[in-house]
Structures are given as structure tokens and as C-alpha cells.
Design a protein around this ligand. Structure first.
Ligand code: E4P
Length: 217
């Protein structure tokens, strides 16, 4: 499973990229706001750090305007994936933009039917939002499993990009189901390294090592 980093924080992206943990990046208007930076400038910088797809989201609601914004965003760098919302207009924009050779990430997906439509419209990525479904007492992971089955039934090439990931458990569950990619905030990716038995074991080893009075360096 590839990891995308769900942030517009360039320092956090660079740190994860050095470790091989950033196969791509996803941004959205809220993350651009949080960065406090200009969308074109920060997206260009992110594209120069990571080699993989960097999602940059349109903010228009009509198809023609989305297409115009998508074309402008796609010019930032070769690794831009234009992000469009899963509306009828977004599907129209997806079809046109992928037809022009761009990667397109169809975002804000909350149902298997929406994912089916995105695949038919030629989406490169479909982004089902796990955490936001969990927030309303639905099971976001069930949606990932349903989309996996539907795409496999018909051999759709659209990649499942598990999004709105809020915990390390979401990452392992998405990997077990077979999501192609998961996008998560840097703190969630780092939290995957944590285990209380690792901390306890290390503490014990270090205490015993101190008793030996030895040094390695
Ligand atoms: C994905 O592309 C979105 O930017 C993101 O995963 C949304 O996550 P949130 O529901 O935690 O805001």
C-alpha cells in the first residue's frame, strides 16, 4: 500500500519523504488554509519534494470552471493530480481532465455508487472518506471493502485512495482490505510506529544495559 501524506506542511512532507514514507501528497482547501500559504506556491514546493502524485483541489462548482481551474493546477508540475469533488459536475470535469492526460483524484466519496461513477468517468484515484463516515456512526471501512470488491469484479483501474484517516488502526485496516493508497496526516503515519510493549521492552533493555557498565561507542 502506498502512503500519501495528507497535509500542506512542507517540513513534515520532507521528513517523511526522506524515510520513503511519502509516495505522494494530498491537499484540500482546508489544508491550504492551515498552511497559511499561497496554493500555487506551496503546491509547487511540495511537487519539488515528492516524486509521486500531489493532489491539488479545484474550488469551482460548475464543470467548465472546474476544468479551467484543473488545467491551471495541472501546469504547476508533472506530478499534479487534479482533485475534483464527487458531484455530477465533478464527474464531467474528471472525464475531460483525464482525457487530456491529467491524473484526477475524485474526492468526497461516501458511497459505493459514487465510486462506481468515478471509475466510469475515468478517475485515476477515488477518495472514500473513512473518518467522516465514522463520525456519523457509519463504518467507513465497510465502504473501502465494498469499493474494493466492485472495482475487482469489473477490473476498473481506478485506484482506491483511503482518505479521512484518523488513526493508525485505520491504516492497517485499509491495508488488510487492499486499498491501493492511504492518505493520512503526518502524526498518524508516525503513530504507526508506536506500541506500548516496544516502549516497555526498550526500557527494560536500557536498564539492564546500564548495569553492565559497558559502552558500544
Ligand atoms: C483527503 O484527500 C482529504 O484531504 C482528507 O483525508 C480529509 O480528511 P478529514 O476528514 O480528516 O478532514
Amino acid at each position: 500500500m502506498r502512503f500519501f501524506v495528507d497535509t500542506a506542511d512542507v517540513e513534515a512532507i520532507a521528513e517523511l519523504n526522506e524515510l520513503g514514507m511519502a509516495d505522494g501528497v494530498t491537499t484540500n482547501p482546508s489544508l491550504i488554509l492551515k498552511s497559511g500559504r499561497d496554493i500555487l506556491e506551496v503546491t509547487k514546493e511540495i511537487c519539488s519534494i515528492v516524486a509521486g502524485p500531489v493532489s491539488a483541489e479545484v474550488v469551482a462548482v460548475e464543470a467548465d470552471d472546474m476544468i479551467a481551474e484543473g488545467r491551471k493546477l495541472a501546469k504547476i508540475a508533472d506530478n499534479i493530480a487534479v482533485k475534483v469533488p464527487l458531484t455530477w459536475a465533478g464527474l464531467k470535469a474528471c472525464k475531460v481532465l483525464t482525457g487530456e492526460g491529467n491524473m484526477v483524484n475524485v474526492t468526497l466519496c461516501f458511497s459505493a455508487n459514487q465510486a462506481l461513477l468515478a471509475a466510469k468517468a475515468g478517475a485515476t484515484f477515488i477518495s472514500p472518506f473513512i473518518g467522516r463516515l465514522d463520525d456519523i456512526n457509519m463504518d467507513g471501512m465497510d465502504l473501502i471493502a465494498d469499493i474494493r470488491q466492485i472495482y475487482d469484479n469489473y477490473g476498473f483501474d481506478t485506484q482506491i485512495l483511503a482518505a479521512s484517516i484518523r488513526s493508525a488502526n485505520h491504516m492497517s485496516q485499509a491495508a488488510l482490505i487492499g486499498a491501493d493508497v492511504a492518505t493520512a496526516p503526518p502524526n498518524v503515519i508516525k503513530a504507526m510506529a508506536n506500541h506500548p510493549l516496544t516502549d516497555k521492552g526498550l526500557d527494560g533493555f536500557l536498564k539492564d544495559w546500564a548495569k553492565t557498565g559497558q559502552k558500544i561507542l
